[in-house]
Every structure is written in structure tokens, then in C-alpha cells.
Design a protein around this ligand. Sequence first.
Ligand SMILES: Nc1nc2c(ncn2[C@@H]2O[C@H](COP(=O)(O)OP(=O)(O)O)[C@@H](O)[C@H]2O)c(=O)[nH]1
Ligand SMILES: [Mg+2]
Ligand SMILES: [Zn+2]
Length: 355
Amino acid sequence: MAHFSQICVADSELRPGRVARVDGISTFVHADTGDFRAGSNFAQNITGNRSEIEPIEPTVGDWVLVRPGDHQYSDEIEFVVPRTSLLIRNRSVRGRSEGKSDQQILAANVNTVFIIQAANNLNVSRLEREVALVWSSGAVPVIVVSKIDLIQEVDPINFLAPLASAAPEVEIFAVSGLTGVGIRSLHRFISRGETVALIGASGVGKSTLTNQLIGENIMDTVGIRSSDTRGRHTTVTRQLLPLSDGGVLIDTPGIRTIGLVEGRVDALAKTFSEIVEFVGRCKFRDCAHEDEPGCAITQAIAAGQLQTSRFESYKCLLQELDDQRANKDRGTKTDNSREDRIKAITARQQSRLVK
Ligand SMILES: Nc1nc2c(ncn2[C@@H]2O[C@H](COP(=O)(O)OP(=O)(O)O)[C@@H](O)[C@H]2O)c(=O)[nH]1
Ligand SMILES: [Mg+2]
Ligand SMILES: [Zn+2]
């Protein structure tokens, strides 16, 4: 952050803000003075070395420094503050995109991610992926089971048990966006200075929950406008919503596929914490955990200490990350667009110096 203040002091024209929304054409920046549109062609990361240019695509949640425009130029994001977390997914699973990156950045600088699943449509293997994705981003996952009003289950503990064993390190809440049940317990995650992102499939109730947390109808939800002449109106862009109690919410569009992207190294260890305990305890270092003698994993499964399905998921996600890494190594050709952007940023800096 020292570089951040250095830049601000040296160049008092720059204005701080936070990216609120990104669509194909524009980046919207939220600032004390209101939201405004800014260009992002010349955005670079704040690096320790000021002579080094690292082009970056600003994303929702990014803290930025904007150079105000004049009659000739529009407002332009010039610097992006290094991210504390980055929520990013692969559009395909198993990383089989022929070395081409097919990643979607969802949000930056998020503290907590609410992973939403509808009570009437729980999906454990999806949940494992969602949890791994969040641990990988550097944020903390919290599971929110929505639409709990649809369930007439006598024993809620029993009902949520499969989720609890699929996510041993993660807190679970059950809520209804319709009746408001359980919503209050979520407020502690969105206190002053905290940023919470919501992820989940389309239709799980993200926008409805967002409205409950805000206390007013800001996000359009499916259904409300269904008789409107404009027809169905659902969330098409990501949005950063500052809340009255000082926190910030980020609603994301529904995600169908959760492909993992390499992030924090301990993401799988946190997702499968009960398995990691046994890994490395096998007799053979290169144990494939199949029928080798002295395999700690097979022994744990036989002793009922470990679920076979959990170990299968773990292997599957581990393989996916390995494939990814292999793809990345293969795909390190020279990146032309990066070179072009560096040239553009340099040219702009020089033109500003002679102005
Ligand atoms: N019964 C019930 N329906 C809900 C709840 N939350 C959302 N819905 C309904 O589920 C549909 C999708 O909700 P929406 O918030 O748009 O989902 P999103 O796509 O995740 O943003 C709408 O018809 C909502 O009225 C809930 O807690 N209970
Ligand atoms: Mg929505
Ligand atoms: Zn083994």
C-alpha cells in the first residue's frame, strides 16, 4: 500500500474509487461523489517497481485510481490496487480448452462468499466445487441454503448433514428470501468494510436474498416483472451494492459450470480437510491409493473414517488442476495483446508528460 500513497501524493489529480460494474463496453466506478463511467484501456497494476508496466483488466470489486477526463479525453482508470482475493472460474471443467484460457473473473477483493443452493435442489458435488473455488480465491466460503420455506423437514440437522460432510470447514445457514427467516444471522458478514459476493446457479434466489439483505427491492428478480411488457428481467451484469451498514454486496450472474482455476495452493486441503489428514501416511510415497499394501486412504475408507465419494471428488478436482497446469505450460506463447497494451500505456504516459 506504500506505493498507493506514493502515487496519490505525487499525482493529486488521480481520484480513488471502486469498480461497481463491468459490461462489454464500460466500466462503472463507484466513488464518494457518485458512480461514473470510465475507460479501462490504459489500466495497470500498481507494482513495486514504477517503471514496470503490468496491464490489467479491472473487475468488479477492484480499488482503482481514475484520471479525470477533460474536453479531449474521457475519465480513465489508470491504476488498479493489488487484489487481496480474486474469484475466478473456468467456463469448462477438467481444463480441456486446448491451452486456451476460458476463465471468467467474477469479483475481486471479496472477504466472504455466500455459496447459495436452493433447499429443494441441493447438489453436493457442485457444492464441493464451489467451496474449492472460494478457498482458491482467498475469500472465506459460507454456505447459504435458500428457499428453506419449501422444505417441510422435521429435522433440519439431518437435512443439512450431507452438506456438512461435504464442507467440513464451512459454516452453513438456512434462510428464506421469501419469508426472511434466517436472514438476520447473515448480517454479521456484511458489517462495515466487509465485501460479500453471492455465487450460485441461476434461480437459486441470489437476487431475492440480496434484496432481503439490503432491505429494499434493488435487484430485479425473475417473476416480479414477468407480466411486464419488457418481459423477464434477470441479472445480466455483476453489481457492487454498498449497504447502509457499511458493507458491500456483489451479486453475480448465475454460473452453470464451476471449473477450477489454480489459486491459493491450500484450496483443496481446506476443501477436503478430512482427507488431507491421511494423505502422506501411505507406506509408499507414490501410492495410487488403489490396492497397494499399507495405503492409509484405503484403510481409512475401510474403517469408515472416510467416504469413498469424498475421495473420488478429491481425486477428480486434483486431476482437473493438474490438467490446467499442463495446459498453461503448453499455452505460454507470446501474448500479443499484452505487448500492445504496454505500448498503449507507455504512449499515453509520454503524451501526458509533454502536455
Ligand atoms: N419459495 C421461495 N422462492 C424463492 C426464494 N428465493 C427466491 N425465490 C424464487 O426463485 C426464483 C428465482 O429467484 P432469484 O432471486 O431471481 O434467483 P437468482 O437467479 O439466483 O437471482 C424467483 O421466482 C423467486 O421468487 C425463497 O426463499 N423461497
Ligand atoms: Mg439474479
Ligand atoms: Zn495410499
